[in-house]
Design a protein around this ligand. Sequence first.
Ligand code: DGY
Length: 316
Amino acid sequence: MARVLVTRQLPAAGLEPLHQEGHTIVQRLDDEPFSHDELVAAVGDVDGMVCLLTDPIDGAVLRAGAAGRLRVVGTAAVGFDNIDVATAAELGVAVCNTPGVLDKTTADLAFLLILAASRLASEAERDLRAGRWGGWGFMDHLGRDVHGTVLGLVGYGRIAREVARRAEGFAMEVLHHARRTTGFPGYVAGLDELLATADVVSLHVPLTEETRRLVGARELGLMKPTAVLVNTARGPVVDEEALADALESGGIYAAGLDVFDGEPVVNPRLLAAPRTVLLPHIGSATIGTRTKMARLACQGVCDVLAGRTAPNLLRP
Ligand code: DGY
C-alpha cells in the first residue's frame, strides 16, 4: 500500500478512493498550507500527492518527489497552471486533474457575476447595508439589462458551453471565440471582433503563456463603454491595472471577477473600482461539486498507483 500526501483538508467523501485502496493518507492536522520548502521536504517520502491549485508544484517539488518514489500528482482542480507538467512528464510523474465535474457549478457562478455586475448588485447591497438607502428611488441603482444582449465567450470549453446554455434562457445571442474554429454556430474567428461586438464578455480560457494578459488596455479599449467583463478563469488572463483604468474612466461599464492575479491579494484599485463585483475564487465552491472534485483527484492518484489508466490523466 502506498503513502499519499494530501496537502489540505478535503471533504471526507472525497477521500474515499484512497481509503478503499488501503493507502496511508499523510495530512497536516492544522490544515495550514504547505510552504514551498515544506512541500519539497514532504514529497520525498510519498508515492502520490493530492494537491490544490494554491500549491506550487514546480520543478523543485517534482524533482524532490521523483528523487524519492513520487509517481503521481492529482490536483483537485480543472486548471493546472500551478503544476510544471512538462517537468512532471520528463520525470515520469503522472498528473491528473478534475475535468467535467465542475462545469455546471462554475457556469452558474459566471452567470451570477454576469447578472450581479450588470445590475450593480454589490453596490446596491453595500448602500443598503451602510444605511444609505433613503427609500425606493426611481433613478437609483440603474444597471443594465442582461436579457436580449450579446454574450461573447472567450474560450469554448465545457464551462463556456454551460454558460451558453444558461444564456439561452435569458434570450441572449451567444458568440464565442477560440483559437481554432469550433464548427459551432456563433464562432467568431477574431478576438477583437468578439470584444467589439459583445455586451457581456466572459472569459473561459486556461492560463498559459499565450493567454497571460490576453485582455489588456488595447482589448478593453475595443469593448463597448456599456460592456461588462466577467472572469471566472484565472486572474492573470486580465491586466488588472488596465481593467481598473477602464472601470474608473468608464471605458467599460462593469466587471465581475472571481479570480485575481496574485491571489489571495487583490489589487487595491479593483477593491475600490466602481461597478465591480468581486468574489474570492468560489466558482466551483459547492459541497457537491467540491466533493466530486476531491474524489476525482483521489481516484486518479489511485488509478495511477494501481497501474490503471486514469481517465483524468493530463497528456502534455
Ligand atoms: C479550477 O478547478 O481550476 C477552479 O479554478 C477552481 O474550481
